[in-house]
Write a protein that binds this ligand. Structure first.
Ligand code: HXC
Length: 273
């Protein structure tokens, strides 16, 4: 039986949450120059926050920062840093503090990915993804934690769902994201008494992102995964952005140490063969 196709809802978080819930707050987002993390940043600053987006490619970051400021009327700066380099991250945090004086929200979103079977994946290839995703998350936490403690702020780590089961050609990312999930949970437990929250958003197949374009063949309604989606479609970056606004908002003040899969229930589905 054909699955019903449900159009992506045109829901923007500003139609649900008040415009100014993040007024005076500051977001530090690694990987914010493109894709999912750029949309997450846009949503947070739409609600009144200022932001620093952090990444390796300064040209792309500066263009994105300008675009985000123009689209929202709020401040966004571009700061160059490779998350694998603790010193560069500390400098990026210092620049953010110099500009805004505080950091309330951190998105650990910088990630690397490509398809490769274990038999062909080099040691350096495996290590590179672990260094960007896992060590990069650790480095970002270490550089920002004193400021997040001071503001009683909140972390969101961008993970994945592919490591819930065995995804071929993704051993490096699966290992890296499983570690990210664990880091977030421990951070939530250790820093809860300081008023710090830490959660994971695990996007399922999200349309129009670099990751999906490179990792997935196209199907009739989006990626090949949309055929197996209970809701009949890929997610959109806006779906992830909306979850971000909720998790950073005071409405989620008792939610910490959790992983929120935003995947249209794809990971729960078992199809009958
Ligand atoms: C096999 C590969 C490879 C490939 C790189 N390597 N691409 N091996 N197949 N397609 C190997 C290289 O040969 C090298 O090992 C090692 O990885 C490091 O590669 P470099 O290019 O030197 O590293 P670097 O320039 O730091 O680039 C990092 C990267 C790159 C991860 C390899 O792809 C990257 O930065 N991509 C941009 C970010 C990105 O991918 N974003 C999408 C994330 S999506 P040797 O042995 O040759 O030295 C995502 C979502 C996951 O994470 C969930 C999806 C459903």
């Amino acid at each position: 039986m054909a699955k019903p196709y449900i159009e992506p809802p045109a829901v923007d978080s500003t139609t649900v949450f008040k415009d100014d819930i993040f007024r005076g707050k500051v977001l530090f987002c690694t990987g914010g120059g493109s894709g999912i993390c750029k949309a997450m940043t846009q949503a947070v600053i739409k609600h009144g926050a200022s932001a620093a987006i952090v990444g390796r490619k300064l040209d792309r970051l500066e263009a994105s920062a300008k675009e985000l400021s123009t689209a929202t009327g709020n401040q966004c700066i571009a700061v160059q840093a490779d998350v694998r380099n603790p010193k560069q991250l500390q400098d990026a945090v210092a620049k953010t503090i110099e500009k805004y004086g505080r950091i309330d929200f951190v998105i650990c979103g910088a990630a690397g990915n490509f398809l490769a079977p274990i038999s062909k994946l080099s040691e350096n290839g495996f290590r590179t993804v672990i260094e960007i995703d896992t060590i990069g998350t650790y480095n970002t936490i270490k550089a920002t934690l004193p400021h997040i403690r001071a503001s009683k702020g909140s972390y969101i780590h961008v993970s994945a769902t592919l490591h819930y089961r065995a995804t071929p050609y993704q051993v490096h990312v699966s290992a890296a994201k499983a570690a990210v999930d664990a880091i977030s949970a421990v951070l939530a437990v250790e820093e809860g008494p300081q008023g710090v929250r830490s959660n994971v958003i695990a996007p399922g197949p999200i349309a129009g992102t670099e990751g999906m374009d490179r990792l997935s063949a196209k199907g009739p309604q989006g990626s090949q995964y949309s055929i197996h989606s209970p809701v009949g479609r890929d997610g959109s970056v806006q779906d992830i952005a909306n979850a971000t606004v909720f998790l950073f908002s005071p409405a989620a003040r008792y939610i910490t140490g959790q992983t929120l899969a935003v995947d249209g229930a794809s990971e729960h589905l078992r199809t009958l063969q």
